[in-house]
Design a binder for this molecule. Structure first.
Ligand code: ADP
Ligand code: MG
Length: 365
């Protein structure tokens, strides 16, 4: 589990108890911060933005209730576990109504403490994930509407353009160029609308099948080379496919779409050419998963952009939609329960690592 960077703020004026918690969580590699009074707790919540607060209700300055409320106001995503003295359950229940995620009573046992922290962090993660999904719920209604409103006029424009093209004087160079520009812009808008629809397309369970990812990778590379004919000239593709790679249970079309986006990004990052390595391998640590690795030697990206990659509409390209990786994340993580992880160094290149479950149903057949 990734606990190294999980920040916990312990709020309690009892130094002995604080030390106990410090010791208990020490080798767990949680990042612990301490406040001995309410005012410091609020300041630290504001400055350090912990993921979890362990809050003793009896503090020398403010009431626990007040601290809870202020912390929640600062950031409602901070989970709070209330710590009560003996017989404080009634109060604790009241605090949970006000937004605490759990409570534990003193004296606190080591196992109970650890379990409560793990549960609280997990619940917080789920809440954040739900929040994340809800944010896209509005896009799910908006995109199809947008697509409809944009596509109809685009069809009309394309039709009219075809007539103009047929009737125009071929020797008129400027007219020819202008027609070409309209055509390209229409194409671009069409692609954009299609990408928006792809982003919200509902999961299609029916088309889940056995998929040979080695084969699919081959198809994807060929597709992208054709799509980006110019760019692909100086790019050397190195394939390292595991010949014993098990097939996985997946939606072929969706998976193809995700991988095309990733490989396309890799090609686009190497306008001057370079090497693209595609690897498929079994996962030694977890035999029920396979791994796919796509590495390029392209321009890479700035550190601050890394966390924005999967946000819809984030793009650094003049003609980008910024939906490619958002779609990848949906397909790989939400629909196939896999993982996608991107490492990148500016001017050096980018590595995309994907992990996919082989899938339960294969064994059933
Ligand atoms: P788009 O390709 O339309 O910009 P994506 O979601 O596919 O949208 O990618 C978002 C951004 O992430 C890109 O604009 C680019 O800045 C960055 N990016 C993605 N893949 C790579 C890569 N292999 N190398 C460098 N930058 C990348
Ligand atoms: Mg892209």
């Amino acid at each position: 589990m990734k606990t190294g960077d999980r920040k916990i703020l312990v709020v309690d004026d009892n130094r002995e108890f604080v030390n106990f918690i410090r010791r208990a969580l020490e080798d767990r590699a949680y990042q612990i911060s301490v406040a001995f009074d309410g005012k410091t707790a609020i300041e630290k919540a504001l400055l350090e933005v912990p993921e979890l607060v362990l809050l003793d209700l009896k503090l020398p300055d403010l009431s626990g209730e007040e601290v809870l409320q202020r912390v929640k106001e600062i950031n409602k995503n901070i989970a709070i576990i209330v710590i009560t003295g003996h017989g404080g359950e009634q109060v604790a229940v009241e605090m949970m109504k006000r937004g605490a995620i759990d409570f534990i009573s003193k004296p606190v046992e080591y196992d109970v403490l650890l379990k409560a922290i793990e549960n609280a962090l997990e619940m917080r993660d789920h809440q954040l994930e739900d929040h994340h999904l809800n944010r896209y719920a509005s896009l799910e209604k908006f995109f199809p509407f947008l697509a409809h409103e944009i596509r109809n006029p685009l069809h009309a424009i394309s039709g009219a353009l075809a007539i103009i093209q047929r009737r125009s004087d071929r020797k008129d160079e400027l007219l020819g160029q202008s027609i070409k520009i309209i055509h390209e812009e229409v194409q671009h808008l069409n692609n954009f609308v299609q990408e928006c629809l792809n982003f919200v397309r509902p999961p299609d369970r029916i088309r889940f099948n056995e998929v040979d990812m080695n084969e699919l990778m081959g198809v994807v590379i060929t597709m992208v080379s054709h799509m980006l004919e110019l760019e692909s000239n100086n790019i050397r593709v190195v394939s390292e496919m595991d010949p014993h790679l098990p097939k996985i249970y997946a939606n072929y079309e969706e998976m193809k779409h995700a991988l095309v986006n990733i490989v396309k990004n890799a090609f686009e990052s190497m306008p001057e050419g370079g090497e693209l390595t595609i690897q498929t391998l079994r996962n030694v640590d977890s035999p029920k998963h396979i791994k796919l690795i796509v590495s390029d030697q392209g321009m890479g990206m700035m550190k601050e952009n890394l966390k924005l990659l999967f946000s819809p509409f984030f793009t650094t390209k003049l003609r980008g939609t910024g939906l490619g990786l958002a779609i990848c994340r949906r397909i790989i993580v939400e629909r196939h329960h896999g993982k996608i992880d991107i490492e990148s160094e500016e001017h050096r290149g980018t590595t995309v690592r994907i992990e996919l479950p082989i899938g339960r149903r294969l064994g059933d057949k």
